[in-house]
Design a protein around this ligand. Structure first.
Ligand code: ZN
Length: 278
């Protein structure tokens, strides 16, 4: 197993990709504060991340959670001394789904013989962010700013991206995924592409060519545009089938074969599209 280390992608901008889930956490270091992006899956994971941050900087830490999925925010308990930012929708989601997410993950960990992790997950206290973003927010880290951007519904209804304009880097959370299909279980399949297009065009993001997905390798703008095109086609085909009436999961899935998305992804997206249909 490769050693987990920070990788510098621009001056003072670091990415730490973890073996578990290929999850990316980010670190942006200013002159007065350092921003940590996402906190991993449970308390001990968070503590380990915090120790890794402290190898890079002693500055005051500010945290942002990109969304409410456990792997991005259950490690918050290790950062309870910090200001933790998130979109206001994250808190609603976490309160509604947090315990259910925990149960599902614990069950999966036990089923795959990872009892110790299951126990740590069970014992983790959920710590909701309390600096809540309702509109785009600029954070001054001292000598550099970052922008927290909500561009519409996509992977969830509250995905925040973090742009670092001076470094031309965007941390996209799970709005962008590398190495696996975008995860659709809580998504807005008909809106996701438009949200990505909006994000790509934001002033803070439009010149950015380094995009850090929630999972997988750091990608360039062309990769994000390609994922956006794929999601656009999926949405168009879904809309055609839905407008034709009598739509079921199978019809939606088969309409999207050939787009390069796995059947399970299309199935999850179809279920969501039907669930969200007015
Ligand atoms: Zn997610």
């Amino acid at each position: 197993m490769a050693e987990v280390t920070w990788r510098s992608v621009a001056p003072g901008v670091f990415v730490r990709r973890h073996e578990e889930l290929k999850l990316n956490c980010g670190l942006v270091v200013g002159q007065e504060r350092a921003l940590v992006i996402d906190t991993r899956s449970y308390h001990e994971h968070g503590l380990e991340l915090l120790a890794a941050v402290r190898e890079i900087t002693d500055l005051e830490i500010v945290v942002v959670n990109t969304h409410a999925h456990y792997d991005h925010c259950f490690g918050n308990s290790a950062f309870r001394d910090s200001q933790i930012y998130a979109h206001v929708g994250l808190v609603d989601d976490l309160l509604r789904t947090g315990e259910h997410q925990r149960e599902q993950v614990v069950e999966h960990l036990r089923a795959t013989d990872r009892e110790e992790m299951a126990r740590m997950m069970e014992e983790t206290e959920l710590v909701p962010p309390f600096y809540l973003v309702e509109e785009d927010t600029v954070l001054d880290l001292g000598g550099r700013t970052v922008e927290l951007l909500w561009s519409g519904r996509g992977h969830t209804d509250h995905d925040l991206a973090v742009a670092v304009p001076d470094a031309h880097v965007v941390f996209a959370g799970d709005l962008v995924e590398e190495g696996a299909d975008p995860a659709m279980e809580d998504s807005y399949p008909l809106e996701w592409a438009a949200t990505l297009r909006t994000l790509l065009a934001r002033p803070a993001a439009e010149l950015c060519d380094l995009w850090v997905p929630g999972h997988g390798r750091v990608v360039d703008r062309a990769f994000v545009e390609a994922q956006c095109a794929q999601l656009t086609q999926m949405a168009e085909r879904f809309t055609e089938v839905l407008d034709g009436g009598l739509a079921g999961v199978d019809a939606l899935v088969s309409a999207c074969r050939g787009l390069g998305l796995e059947d399970q992804t299309l199935r999850d997206a179809s279920l969501r599209a039907l669930e969200l249909r007015p």
